[in-house]
Design a protein. Structure first.
Lengths: 113, 113
């Protein structure tokens, strides 16, 4: 059972470039989310989705875009990368009936120069 | 809004020492409370949870009790091991609104042999 899979694990971008972080889960979870992790700030919610075709903003959505065309996939797009988006990004999922246990991917470390 | 406050780290202990990591929260309603652990280079994993006041979550020798009167969920372990070295995150999930997890900033634990 693969769980939550994120790609790529590492990426370096130049300011202004765009890219997509991929996230896939094989647990048939309705809920998926993206967090960023920065030193001393814990994890902050970027965007989330409660099911295919439904997305909503979290705490820090600016500069990021998401879509949810299938239950399995929830890609995160950086439209025009900025140095402030240098971070470690985590995708997480859970079932809708769960009391909140999230299953996390291994993370994607992004550096914007 | 919701918030979680954890003691700052790093916490450095000798093997077999007693561990306490403090966590307090602010939330409306009746949130569920969680401790997640992040080992080096990995994503977060659920360590334990409690869904209502006075509940005690426990796993792998770790315990935490949901104290509504003091809005706290302190993590304890009677005898730590080197393998417990990791970053520990306290989190809450509100029973209203977005229902996403709100994380504390994390506490790094280093256990020395």
């Amino acid at each position: 059972n693969a769980g939550v899979t994120q790609t790529p694990k590492f990426q370096v971008l130049k300011t202004g470039q765009s890219m997509t972080l991929q996230c896939a889960q094989d647990m048939n979870h309705e809920y998926m989310s993206w967090y960023r992790q920065d030193p001393g700030m814990g994890l902050r919610l970027i965007h989330y989705s409660v099911g295919a075709g439904i997305t909503d903003q979290g705490e820090v959505p600016n500069g990021y875009n998401v879509s949810r065309s299938t239950t399995e996939d929830f890609p995160l797009r950086l439209l025009s990368a900025a140095p402030s988006q240098t971070s470690v990004y985590f995708c997480a999922s859970r079932s809708s009936g769960n009391t909140g246990e999230l299953f996390f991917g291994e993370g994607s470390r992004l550096t914007v120069l | 809004g919701n918030s979680v406050t954890q003691m700052e780290g790093p916490v450095t202990l000798s093997e077999e020492a007693f561990l306490t990591i403090n966590c307090t929260y602010t939330a409306t309603g009746y949130p569920s409370l969680f401790w997640y652990v992040q080992y080096p280079g990995e994503g977060l994993q659920l360590l334990l949870k409690a869904t209502k006041a006075d509940d005690k979550g426990s796993n792998k020798g770790f315990e935490a009790t949901y104290r509504k009167e003091t809005t706290s969920f302190h993590l304890e372990k009677g005898s730590v091991q080197v393998s417990d070295s990791a970053v520990y995150f306290c989190a809450l999930r509100s029973d209203t609104g977005r229902r996403a997890l709100t994380f504390g900033s994390g506490t790094r634990l280093q256990v020395q042999p």
